[in-house]
Write a protein that binds this ligand. Structure first.
Ligand code: GLU
Length: 482
């Protein structure tokens, strides 16, 4: 293992979203590419909004995407525990160091006082905390505490002009310190704030590269100040740009599903999503768009991560999903299809080996035509109903004069076959047009309509073996009534 150590640090306040999944993927790829370690840490300091259910959900989504971790919740490791609420003692230790060195101080201002202060300051165009409690004496603190006030701890922002983040994606980004007021690092209930906990954790877990969403760039100078105050090396940062919808506004529910589990339940394949997420901000240069996790592992680099926002293009995801559906093994595609067929009530109960083999034929016939499994029912319904309805256009076709001859001819030919295999059916179909001396359209269109109720669909040589002799004959007979 190299010394590269990266982490994904989700807050378990909801499902894993597209943006979080992309951060996880980029970290994972960076670790794998550099033979480093990938760590999963849970940032659950927002006690009200965090839940174990969300945590489990997020972890399940990571696993589904194929992103495994070397250290972290559930797998353990030398730098645990990996949930922030289980690390409170550690934060407190470093808090004491900051307090002792004068880099942090207790602040007794109440919410109301702060709100009033903000209002007054706003008038003068300033919005940062005034620093009122910066230099309280011991006596003053005792007095405030005797009033029953519970203090927070604030970080004392030094009188420094600028902090520059040397970002691996964004380059040098400078922040004016005068805009950063003394910020809270520990709340009155003893729970650290994000900026403090994340810094202590990234340091104590030996994180070398912090790869995360751009929304945290503005937090980075605060974190750098804490690193410096504690005399710690600052890791490298890489802030990955926003994800926008096609209309160039921030990606939201309006643009489509935002959580990974929604895509999973809509019948997307994990490899399609991984491929798609990788291209949200990263590109290898060149025209190629299909990348497996294995390919990505060999090619990913931070210097090919774009500064400009990534645009979420659902059509591209659908195209990729269709690609992976066409190119996965038929066994796997069939396995994956079963829950969707159950949901549509096309199958109930256990799937026997015989049924599975039959379902494979169904999937072989339709897999070229779908981009996600949720589209499956509308393509396979023809195989699961006994008799079909024929609309006016279909009936028109069935009334063509050659139809009875064609249908009877096919029925006789098929009944002479021992088994209906694609190859033998293909031969029969070819012979049909030849022996009857009829053009393809006059033969195959009425047959297609009779057997599927539609003018478009899977190949007839696939349809007929799936339906079997009896149902094929029954549908032909039924269609002849028009
Ligand atoms: N818990 C933070 C989040 O979910 C992680 C931020 C970071 O990676 O530093 O946004």
């Amino acid at each position: 293992m190299s010394n590269v150590r990266v982490r994904f640090a989700p807050s378990p306040t909801g499902p894993l979203h597209i943006g979080g999944a992309r951060s996880a993927l980029f970290n994972w790829l960076y670790a794998r590419r550099n033979n480093g370690s990938f760590i999963v840490r849970i940032e659950d300091t927002d006690l009200e909004r965090s839940s174990r259910a969300s945590e489990e959900n997020i972890l399940a989504a990571l696993r589904w995407l194929g992103l495994d971790w070397d250290e972290g919740v559930e797998v353990g490791g030398e730098n645990g525990p990996y949930r922030q609420t289980e690390r409170l003692q550690l934060y407190n230790e470093y808090l004491q160091v900051l307090l002792k060195n004068g880099d942090a101080y207790y602040c007794y201002c109440t919410e109301e006082e702060l709100a009033a202060e903000r209002e007054a300051l706003l008038a003068s165009g300033e919005i940062r905390y005034s620093g009122k409690c910066r230099d309280l004496s011991g006596d003053e603190r005792c007095r405030l505490e005797s009033e029953g006030r519970k203090p927070v701890v604030r970080f004392r922002v030094p009188e420094e002009k600028t902090i520059t983040v040397d970002d691996l994606v964004r380059g040098q980004v400078s922040f004016d310190c005068s805009g950063i007021g003394d910020f809270i690092i520990m709340k009155s209930d003893g729970i650290p704030t994000y900026n403090f906990a994340v810094t202590v954790d990234d340091y104590s877990m030996g994180i070398t590269h912090v790869i995360r969403a751009e929304e945290h760039l503005s937090n980075t100078p605060r974190q750098i100040l804490i690193y410096r105050a504690l005399g710690w090396n600052v890791p490298r940062f890489a802030h990955v740009s926003l994800i926008l919808g096609k209309d160039r506004t921030k990606m939201s529910k309006r643009h489509g599903a935002t959580s990974i589990e929604q895509y999973q339940s809509q019948g997307y394949l994990p490899e399609a999503l991984v491929n798609f997420l990788a291209l949200l901000g990263w590109s290898p240069g060149g025209e190629e768009e299909v990348f497996t996790l294995e390919d990505l592992k060999g090619q990913f680099s931070l210097d090919r991560v774009a500064k400009s926002p990534a645009v979420f293009d659902l059509e591209k995801l659908n195209w990729l999903n269709g690609y992976y559906i066409r190119n996965s093994s038929l066994d796997r595609i069939t396995e994956l299809a079963i829950p969707f067929l159950r949901e549509a009530r096309y199958i109930t109960g256990e799937v026997s080996e015989e049924t599975f083999q039959w379902l494979k034929k169904v999937m072989a016939a339709v897999r070229e035509r779908i981009e996600s499994f949720s589209e499956l029912p509308q393509h396979v319904d023809i195989f699961f109903s006994e008799m079909l309805d024929y609309d006016d256009a279909a009936q028109e076709i069935l009334r063509q004069e050659q139809v009875p001859i064609v249908f009877n001819f096919l029925r006789d030919k098929l009944s002479a076959l021992e088994d209906l295999e694609e190859s033998s059916v293909k031969k029969v179909l070819r012979a049909l047009s030849k022996e009857l001396g009829l053009g393809g359209k006059k033969v195959y269109m009425p047959l297609r309509v009779a057997l599927t109720g539609r003018t478009h669909g899977p190949e007839l040589y696939q349809v007929i073996p799936i339906l079997g002799k009896e149902l094929t004959a029954a549908r032909l007979a039924h269609a002849l009534q028009f």
